[in-house]
Design a binder for this molecule. Structure first.
Ligand code: AHR
Length: 555
């Protein structure tokens, strides 16, 4: 049985018109979880329980599409401590920084080779006015952030700081313009400000603000959730806006006029409800016969693993029932992508338009004591498993899904990194993104296996998931996720097309289904070395329960 059978997965719930926009001004930081230091348990669990054997077969000669590195993109919104404190501490801070951007965070993000960062929102983008965020820091307009806790928005992190940040981490900017409460003129002037090389008044202003050279803007989001917090528009109304913005919001950078043109990403579906089908159909149908004067290159899709809004699932302090439920919910991503890809295929059989899953990840109940508007949650081994399952789904849909952005990069929802003033901790999800670096721009290689079933109560899930790919240097990589939190799995892999002699890499597991990393115990969930034996031309390795394993194959 293939693990990609989308009929296994029920439809995704839609999500709310008014998520957690509480206006509490107090922002208590997330609480540390109880310290769980029992690494030795991992080894004991894996060896004490007899492993089931699963035959996996990889045929390197049957190479598929490229797994675009942009599927490993990040989303960073002005929300809680996602930007302020998470990225920006200001040049005067005692936290080591470069031009106000914290050095520890930059180093950590460089290590996972972030391809692109979506900014400034989210719902925040639907109300963002770029002029508030340029010019001398002490003259910036101070506003509010009504979407997220109603807190003060100092605007000290604006266009130049964002561009500096993505430059420091080696990523590309994905800028979302304000279609909700902005105007085409405001957006078009922002693009001129960022991208023109000609001596216009806006170019001179940019130069006076410290950046004479034009910025590159490779990705442009034309609105955000315009069916909801982005203006509650109907599909037809948004389509009119899209045509206007797409025509007038130009990129003037001389280096982006031909093959490096800015890609415009339209608002797409946000769930499984009929209204999103209508939305997708309206946009794609119009695009099929679009005039020269407007175009788009991507259609956004948002899908959180949440269950229902407001979120009730806990991010820490849960048991196997919630572990299996959340993973069941997350696997709905496959069906959702399949559904919208089918609509896109109708109007775009050549797959010119990318399905950009630019908000995805787990959305849990806010940590007790935190500002509910700050969307603070912990990140456990369950989230690592969840991340790998989604990345695998994106890889399997590589022909259509060429970009994705996990929500959100730091301190918000399913974060890579958590900070508390000068402290920083890497989450289990971060480790998965690091382990998956070799899959960036790698060529998809089909894998077949009988996943078997993991059961908990009335929940049945494919026990195992796996993808394979050849990296840009031709090396074969295998990523294996063992969903079963109790049983190790012995992988018996036959690899045809190369002479596989051994495999080595890393595995990520943890003592409990809700094990997390904290500032006091940052390595409870950290990758460990793993290797495979070669037996009779086959690779044999045992992956621990609830684990993500990535190995490269030596020939
Ligand atoms: O990621 C949090 C919010 O979720 C975003 O601001 C919005 O686009 C979505 O509703």
């Amino acid at each position: 049985m293939s693990t990609t059978d989308s009929s296994l997965y029920a439809p995704v719930n839609g999500y709310p018109s008014e998520p957690f926009r509480a206006s509490r001004l107090t922002a208590s930081r997330f609480k540390r979880s109880p310290v769980i230091v029992a690494l030795v348990m991992i080894a004991l669990t894996a060896s004490a329980v007899a492993a089931d054997k699963v035959a996996v077969s990889v045929d390197v000669s049957k190479a598929g599409p490229k797994i675009d590195r942009n599927i490993f993109g990040q989303f960073a919104e002005h929300l809680g401590h996602g930007i302020y404190e998470g990225v920006w501490v200001g040049p005067g801070s005692s936290i080591p920084n470069t031009r106000g951007i914290r050095n520890d965070v930059v180093a950590a993000l460089k290590a996972i080779k972030v391809p692109n960062v979506r900014w400034p929102g989210g719902c925040f983008a639907d109300e963002y006015h770029w002029r508030n965020g340029i010019g001398p820091a002490d003259k910036r307009v101070v506003t509010l952030n009504p979407n997220w806790g109603g807190v003060i928005e100092p605007n000290t992190f604006g266009t130049h700081e964002f561009m500096d940040f993505v430059d420091q981490i080696g990523a590309e900017p994905y800028v979302s313009v304000n279609v909700g409460s902005g105007t085409p003129r405001e957006a078009s002037e922002w693009l001129e400000y960022m991208t023109t090389a000609q001596p216009t008044t806006l170019q001179k202003e940019r130069a006076a603000n410290g950046h004479p050279a034009p910025y590159k803007v490779p990705y442009l989001g034309v609105g955000n959730e315009s069916w909801d917090c982005g203006g509650n528009m109907s599909p037809d109304y948004y389509l009119s806006q899209l045509k206007i913005y797409s025509h007038f919001v130009r990129n003037y950078n001389p280096a982006q006029q031909d093959k490096d043109q800015m890609l415009k990403i339209a608002v797409g579906p946000g769930g499984d409800e009929p209204r999103y089908v209508e939305w997708t159909d309206t946009i794609m149908k119009a695009w099929q016969h679009h005039q020269w004067s407007w175009d788009m290159n991507g259609l956004s899709m948002h899908s959180y693993t949440v269950g229902s809004f407001p979120p009730v699932y806990k991010s820490v302090g849960f048991g196997e029932a919630d572990y299996s439920k959340i993973l069941q919910l997350t696997l709905q991503m496959d069906g959702l992508i399949g559904k919208y890809s089918a609509i896109m295929d109708k109007y775009d059989p050549d797959k010119k338009i990318t399905l950009v899953v630019d908000e995805w990840g787990a959305w849990y109940a806010p940590l007790p004591g935190s500002n509910p508007g700050f969307l603070v949650q912990q990140n456990s081994i369950r989230d690592a498993v969840l991340a790998s399952l989604n990345l695998n789904i994106f890889a399997r849909h590589a022909e259509r899904v060429r970009m994705a952005n996990i929500a959100q990069m730091i301190n918000v929802l399913q974060a890579m990194i958590m900070t508390d003033k000068e402290k920083m901790v890497l989450t289990p999800t971060y480790h998965v993104f690091k382990m998956y670096v070799p899959f960036q721009n790698a060529t998809f290689v089909p894998v077949t296996f009988d996943a078997g079933t993991y059961k908990n109560g009335d929940i049945s899930l494919p026990r195992l998931d796996a993808i394979a790919a050849k990296d840009t240097k031709g090396k074969l990589w295998l990523a294996i996720t063992n969903v079963d939190p109790n049983q190790p799995v012995e992988i018996d892999a036959s690899v045809s097309g190369i002479n596989a002699k051994s495999a080595s890499g890393e595995t990520l597991t943890a003592p409990q289904v809700d094990s997390v990393n904290t500032f006091d115990a940052p390595n409870t969930v950290a990758p460990k070395a793993i290797s495979a034996k070669a037996e009779g031309g086959k690779l044999v390795l045992t992956v621990p329960p609830k684990s993500v394993t990535v190995v490269s194959v030596d020939q």
